[in-house]
Ligand binder design. Structure first.
Ligand code: PLP
Length: 436
């Protein structure tokens, strides 16, 4: 049982953060992990180790992790069969001058599990795998434009819609966006680029679940305009079902992209699709595509999926979490709402409290307060996020998380009612990284 503390001891955290700020301008490499978007001084930054669904920070504080490394750790930290597979491969070697049998074995497993997968390419990260899928689609269709809904990663092609500095303007004419659950916005985007769209790319579930018929409609519209439909299954893959969102929703895209949960945290990504489409990207080449530790982890992770009902457990845990949090929100009137689906529920702020608008500053303060209160009760989450339960989360974990949220909600609501939140939380962090 994790005990509630009055104030988290975070001396080592503070010292490391100070050192990081001198040598890493963004403090840490993943935007969603940057400390300023949490509760500075009252929230862990550096993790020392994990086990199952729990992690310990560098100051020795223990937490239940509701994010699981932002999705990759689907089975749990230090999941024995995966760690054993990595250790055994480590004793043999990491990467060689020639491929290993693992590359063939993991590709065969994916072909067995993923709808529509005849052929597979391996990459290292989600943005990279999305870029590879787009290269294949462009080569296959002879077209250049891509239409995207949702976050695809940091690469220029994806970040051009976010106006990040350093991206050539020329790319913006090749990328257009459309909105989730709005087929007419996709139709307009397709009509704006007649005969030019190589691919329509979407993550089937993000902050919102797809409405009935939306994914089918996306497929139909893409095909009517001669474009391929690519599902970014980087979060949904292996989480919603063994065959990801394609299996869960019964909609088969032309290609699918996997990354996060494929190797329980080791850096591996994959693009799957028909043989001729995947072969159109044969010029794609990377030194680490056949790196054997990640492939050994993927083999063990996918084998666990074939033997055990991993996604069934994640649905059950997710349902219990959603039920408990929804009841806590109802009971307290806290300004938050849940969305999407139980294996990946979104947990976001509302713009009003008791029928009155909440200022942006108060919404930020509410998050700082909530995150700090959750951390001292041993729970890690982040602002406006998707909660990502794992195969290792237990009923006790859910009960603890729900109780922690309930207490923190009640205290927050009291502060909002009395107009004293700003007295308790003077600071307000930078807006957290949002996946558009
Ligand atoms: C749906 C989706 N696509 C792509 C990416 C990018 O993956 P990576 O950060 O591994 O490049 C992410 C990362 O969060 C994601 O959630």
């Amino acid at each position: 049982m994790i005990e509630k503390t009055d104030a988290l001891p975070l001396a080592r955290t503070a010292a490391l953060e100070a050192r990081a700020r001198k040598v890493i301008p963004c403090v840490t490499q993943t935007a969603s992990k940057r400390p300023d978007a949490y509760a500075p001084g009252r929230f862990p930054t550096y993790i020392a180790r994990g086990q199952g669904s729990h992690v310990w920070d560098v100051d020795g504080n223990e937490y239940i992790d509701c994010l699981m490394a932002l999705g990759p750790v689907l089975l749990g930290y230090c999941y024995p069969p995966v760690d054993r597979a990595i250790a055994e491969q480590l004793a043999r070697g990491i990467v060689f001058s020639r491929p290993t049998a693992l590359e063939v074995e993991v590709a065969e497993l994916l072909v067995e599990m993923v709808p529509g997968a005849e052929a597979v390419r391996f990459l290292k990260g989600g943005a990279e795998a999305n870029s590879a899928a787009l290269r294949m689609a462009r080569a296959y269709t002879g077209r250049e434009v891509v239409l995207i809904c949702g976050y695809r990663g940091w690469h220029d092609q994806w970040a051009v819609l976010r106006n990040s500095p350093g991206i050539p303007h020329a790319l913006s004419s090749l990328t257009d966006g459309f909105a989730m659950n709005d087929l007419s916005s996709l139709e307009r985007a397709l009509e704006a680029h007649p005969g030019q769209v190589a691919a329509v790319m979407i993550d089937p579930v993000a902050r919102y679940a797809p409405e009935l018929g939306f994914l089918e409609g996306t497929l139909e519209l893409a095909h009517r305009h001669g474009a391929l439909l690519i599902f970014d299954e980087i979060v949904t893959g292996f989480r919603l079902a063994r065959g990801g969102a394609q299996e869960h929703y019964g909609v088969q895209a032309d290609m699918a992209v996997y990354a996060k949960a494929i190797a329980n945290g080791m850096p591996l990504a994959a693009v799957t699709g028909p043989r001729d489409v995947v072969a159109a990207g044969n010029a794609i080449s990377l030194t680490y595509g056949d790196e054997a530790l990640s492939l050994a982890a993927a083999k063990a992770t996918l084998t666990a999926q074939l033997r055990e009902d991993v996604s069934g457990h994640i649905w059950r845990v997710g349902r219990a979490l959603v039920k408990g949090l929804a009841e806590a929100i109802d009971a307290t009137g806290a300004p938050f709402e849940l969305g999407a689906i139980p294996p990946m529920p979104s947990f976001v702020e509302t713009e009003t409290f008791q029928g009155e608008p909440l200022s942006e500053a108060d919404r930020r303060r509410a998050w700082v307060f909530l995150l700090a209160e959750l951390a001292r009760r041993g729970v890690i989450t982040r602002r406006n996020t998707t909660l990502l339960p794992s195969y290792s989360h237990t009923d006790d974990d859910v009960a603890h998380v729900v109780a922690a949220f309930g207490e923190a909600f009640a205290d927050l609501v009291q502060l909002l009612r009395t107009g004293s939140l700003a007295d308790r939380v003077a600071d307000s962090p930078e807006p957290s990284f949002r996946r558009l």
